[in-house]
Write a protein that binds this ligand. Sequence first.
Ligand code: ADP
Length: 621
Amino acid sequence: MNIKTGIFFDMSPSKIFFRLSKYIFKYKWRILGGLISVAIMSGADTASAFLIARLVEVLQTIGQQVRAGQEILVQVPPIKFLDITLFNFTIHGKAESFQLIFRFAIAVIIIIFIKVLFVYAREYLMSSVQQKLLMRFRIELYNTIVALPVRYFDVHKTGFIMSRFTNDVNNLEQAMSLMIEIAQNCVYSLIFATALFYTNWKLTIATILIFALSGEISRRFGDKIRSYSRDLTNTLADISAFLQEKISAARVVKSFTREEFEKKNFKQKVESNYHYSMKIVRVIALLSPTNELFNTTATSLLVIFCGYLFIQGAMTIESMIFFLLLMINLAKPIKALGESIARVQKSLVSAGYIFEILDLNREPLDDEKPAFQITRGEVEFRNVTFSYNNETEALHNINLHVLPGEKIALVGPSGSGKSTLINLIPRFYELQQGEILIDGCNINDMNLHSLRSQIALVPQDIVLFAGTIYDNIKYGKLEATSEEVYEAARLANAHEFILTFDKGYETEVGERGVQLSGGQRQRIAIARAILRNPKILLLDEATSALDTETELLVQDAINKLMKDRTSFVIAHRLSTIADCDRIVVLDRGEIVEVGTHEELIQNENGIYKRLHTLQFNIDES
Ligand code: ADP
């Protein structure tokens, strides 16, 4: 288990590479097109190297004849391709010699022109594969994340999940471009090596061995980079999580005057990130010069050896130039191959993290189970025992029978299990013992989507999304008409204050929009729930105090929302409790008292009486 990320990391680089390749393979035709373009490009480079070498050879003969004072007469060796003679000509005199040079130049330009056309084709095809894959990964990641069970979000910080989308997807982009580069460079190398092989196979084998050794050096560097990268990625995720938490809680930090403390914490995290980055920087910085030194030495040795063969008469000037030009061409992709392989290791770590998220168990949507229509809204808890961590029980042996349309207020000290109880109804967590029945049907036998679509949850911390007020209300029922939206807002006592804004329903809320008061936010959330028209309502009342007038408006909206629906309210206000049919008092995960306010208040030693005196008397006063 990776302590920092909290997830298992058991995928080997080869496994990740294989999996990533499978994704890439989905675009095989584009890749094939790209690689064919690369083959044509390297063919063009080989052809132009060959022409240049041949030209030097011819010029050398011309030079000898001119220096000897002879008339120029050169039989140009025929230019063949797969035993087919393409050109076969003889030149007489200076004019034809110039013509020859001119023709060679034109031929090289044409070849290079063809090459650049394919450079465009390769670039377009390969980049489109990369972008399509990125899009696919982003979509798959998000699709997985929205389908993860609530438990996952309890354990993982938002910043950690966000960093999968930002840092890791960016690294993945790099990994893919490197993999594509590797494939391209393999094709380049293969073609240049084949051409070299025909020129001088012994020299070619020596060249390949030297470059392969250089590749091995890069691979060793790669191993180091990979191990540091994992730590680096973790530090980045740590920083994201820290920022996410501390920025959203800026008020808390300020009110506790913990700026210095947080600055120190942040500095530590950034320094740890710097530490690992520098480790990688050192390895990468060492990689380039090592490669450079190695390759230059190797190239010089090969040049010396070619020169020796030339002097010995074992090599013509043409084959020597052709060989050296191709070798320079070959050095580039082989060197790049070594580096890409080293760098891809770093990016593969991120790909691994992404695959791990994609492999997480999604919430079973139970699509095979039939949709269940809640008609009455009767809810029954039978011997429900639940624990978050299999150690301490958050709820113990809960038995509660709630009649259709009944309004239940949940009361109890903090940590007594009120939120847990309401979270079990939409199956945010799976029960370990006992069962919950709605209209006599076990919720585990229902199709999850159909169950949740008939329940509305109004949480304590009201969440409004970036967008207009209209869109935020409509979130409760996407197919609602504007009349339905306005009607829901009217019922929630929100219509009037919405119209006081210049843009009315089109007013933007969220980070870049207007700042709404607590009471206004609550009424928008209530309108959203009214629009959803659920059979069962789960309401965690906001604790923040409201002025009396707003309090009345909100309470009135809540009453309208609860009307004719089975409602569970985590009650913090006396007014809500008064409107409920029964009060369920929880203590340490157990139901300790059930009854109406009048009944419970009679029990002098009861928890309700104590809580009421403590908490609600203050409110009343
Ligand atoms: P209440 O809503 O009455 O304040 P909760 O239902 O939130 O109480 O909590 C009941 C118990 O379950 C507490 O001991 C709390 O620490 C624990 N708990 C609540 N939520 C989680 C969670 N997501 N993961 C682990 N333990 C939790």
